[in-house]
Design a protein around this ligand. Structure first.
Ligand code: 5GP
Ligand code: ZN
Length: 113
């Protein structure tokens, strides 16, 4: 999508600290990290929210979690613990409307708000 900041990050038009890339998935450090480790995972294909991933494309979700497992290990938070979450629409506080998974760790995160 031409006007989407995360599409532009995945295409290299906007710079980022890239953590992982394959043909379907892109991962990069969050610009405003909520912990020592804060990585965002996106499908390269644009879906605005989790609601917008059609059933035939749902395997991308398990693929993203497989990559998240690998990155959590690489970042050294797989045993200490981390949080993965997806914000969807207004009440969650979703700000960027290209579906993305947060992986946050490296310190105790406390209870969910
Ligand atoms: P949301 O609230 O939509 O789930 O989270 C959006 C996340 O994207 C926020 O944590 C925010 O810091 C991050 N973010 C927004 N713009 C940029 C950007 O241009 N580059 C990077 N690396 N992260 C961004
Ligand atoms: Zn996009």
């Amino acid at each position: 999508m031409s006007d989407c900041i995360f599409c532009k990050i995945a295409s290299g038009e906007i710079s980022c600290n890239k953590v992982y890339e394959d043909k379907d998935i892109f991962a990069f450090d969050d610009i405003n990290p909520k912990g020592p480790v804060h990585v965002l995972f996106i499908p390269k294909k644009h879906y605005a929210t989790l609601n917008d991933i059609p059933s035939q494309d749902l395997p991308i979700i398990s693929k993203i979690f497989g990559v998240a497992q690998k990155i959590a290990k690489e970042k050294g938070v797989d045993q200490t613990g981390y949080r993965t979450l997806i914000n969807t629409n207004r009440n969650s506080g979703q700000v960027v409307f290209h579906v993305h998974w947060h992986l946050i760790g490296g310190k105790p995160l406390g209870p969910m708000a």
